[in-house]
Ligand binder design. Structure first.
Ligand code: DGL
Length: 263
């Protein structure tokens, strides 16, 4: 079925998931929408997160998407269940795939989760992990500054290293062997996070596992694309220039087709 997959995030973070979807499903069309103008979502109320996520979703539904990927942990934690009930297309979030990937990798059943205030307070990862394996111990830590740092596009500065180091200090006292990057913006900081935590803690970003789930569902529902040409379109409610710059460096190719939209 040659309709696009819709991918939403509060900003550029969902591009880390999109990169994996494009890698695993090169024949699929993608419509990506980042609500950069209202990012970060992570410190907003649940009601605001719910309203904004529905606005993004309705925008893409009008463009006739065949599946929705909520490539934002914050939005997934707040509205995934409601969207699944109300929409007639498959809806995938990033929390369950991230939890599964962590369970697969941990050797000592001690898993850390970093995310926005909303994601950590919702205990979405806690519930997802415990549902699979009740023996795991979970250390949750909110990192409210990280998404904004990524959105500004200037994350290679020395002060960013200091902020990451100070924020993650509590994790260095724990025994976790696996850390879930529970915000899709954080993989862009992963070289810095890995440097701060050292090589013994494995970092998980849910993009890979989410793309696998997207692929499995398209296959099960028999709605994989059979097109020979693909189109990837990107929309942002914010400044398309900064968005293009971050996307181009992540995809390692110049991305010119970013359009500004209003919700
Ligand atoms: N990328 C989003 C997430 O995965 C959130 C960043 C934000 O808007 O606070 O949670």
């Amino acid at each position: 079925m040659n309709k696009p997959i819709g991918v939403i995030d509060s900003g550029v973070g969902g591009l880390t998931v999109t990169k994996q979807i494009i890698r695993q499903l090169p024949r699929e069309d993608i419509l990506y929408l980042g609500d950069t103008a209202r990012c970060p979502y992570g410190s907003r109320s649940y009601e605001e997160i719910r309203k904004y996520t529905w606005e993004m979703t309705n925008y893409l539904m009008e463009k006739n998407i065949k599946m929705l990927v909520i490539a934002c942990n914050t939005a997934t934690s707040v509205v995934l269940n409601e969207m699944r009930e109300k929409l007639s297309i498959p809806v995938i979030g990033v929390v369950n795939p991230g939890a599964r990937a962590a369970i697969k990798l941990t050797q000592n059943d001690q898993i850390g989760v970093i995310g926005t205030n909303a994601t950590i307070n919702s205990k979405a990862y806690h519930k997802a992990l415990k549902r699979i394996n009740d023996n795991v111990t979970i250390e949750g830590l909110a990192c409210p500054e990280f998404a904004g740092i990524v959105e500004n596009g200037d994350y290679n500065k020395l002060e960013v290293f200091e902020i990451v180091k100070d924020t993650l200090a509590p994790l260095l006292k724990s025994n976790i062997d696996t850390l879930i990057l529970g915000c899709t913006h954080y993989p862009l900081l992963s070289p810095i996070i890995q440097k701060v935590l050292g090589p013994t803690i494995q970092l998980i970003s849910s993009g890979d596992e989410t793309a696998l789930e997207v692929s499995a569902i398209l296959d099960q529902q028999n709605i994989l694309s059979d097109s020979e040409y693909t189109s990837h379109q990107f929309y942002t409610t914010g400044d398309p220039t900064i968005f293009s710059k971050i996307a181009s460096s992540l995809f390692q190719e110049s991305l010119e087709n970013v359009k500004h939209i209003k919700l």
